[in-house]
Design a protein around this ligand. Sequence first.
Ligand code: TXD
Length: 319
Amino acid sequence: MARKKIALIGAGMIGGTLAHLAAIREMGDIVLFDVAEGMPEGKALDLAQAGPVEGYDAKLKGTNDYADIADADVCIVTAGVARKPGMSRDDLLGINLKVMKAVGEGIKTHAPNSFVICITNPLDAMVWALREFSGLPHERVVGMAGVLDSARFRHFLAEEFDVSVEDVTAFVLGGHGDTMVPVPAYSTVAGIPIPDLIKMGWSTQEKIDAIVQRTRSGGGEIVALLKTGSAYYAPATSAIMMAESYLKDKKRVLPAAAHLTGQYGVDDLYVGVPVVIGAKGVERIVEIELDETAKQNFEVSVDAVKELLVACKGIDESL
Ligand code: TXD
């Protein structure tokens, strides 16, 4: 059987980390695409030279030509720019929307049968745009945010409870950003929900509330420390989990920005919900019952995504 092919569109900090992880895990041959000249080739060569030491066999190619992503099985999109001082959210939206147009068209022409994972911010709007421009079926275009947000939540919870991260599961819903909705009632240590752990004296409501807040602003905390960019190790590894679930038909239940068609009372919008990812892409949307607080928070989050989309559609007319 020929190796799988993974196309990374955007070869910046997350793109490079994705390539490294995909190579180490021998997920397949890897193409690093970017508009920057030389950089994707440089990263590909560097990573190829790590192969003999690490013991992985993978072809790594850096390119500025969309033709090189031909017949990719998975495309992971990080292309775009991050907000710089003085730029409004609409400026960022406008620039990245144009990038999604180019990327979407590239995928449509060269890799129309791939599973596409969008990472570019503002995530919930960009995944919508990428789906529109690529014309791929909705179940084969998803956004990565929930795996990262819940990983952040899990990390903080594991620290609080002083237990292995492996035994902590966490549930995060909604859009990526300040309005995301961590759900403690569905987050557990070895199956024991957080509210029960509070009753058992393992933590207090105040501490859990502070962890929820820290999770919500988890991306900003890292930006403030790094100063020159945003998080890349955890975002990359999160997208790799999603790609693996697709390539190996693992049918993992992962939170992702998926296209809703009435679930959670939301129609025709990409929002973060738990989904099953298998060989058909998003095979099922997991619709859970939310308590009143989670429901209200989810609605706030959905409204924020809708607002972004209205701005996007306004800009899209002029593209
Ligand atoms: O949870 C999440 N979804 C996220 C999202 C978590 C962290 C970061 N998140 C967003 O991912 C972040 O706000 C950015 O929008 C993306 C990519 O982050 P990264 O840190 O990798 O950004 P870089 O290093 O700036 O890389 C972006 C690359 C850069 O090399 C540009 O030259 C390239 O994108 N770029 C393009 N590539 C292809 N095609 C076009 N048009 C293009 N424009 C820029």
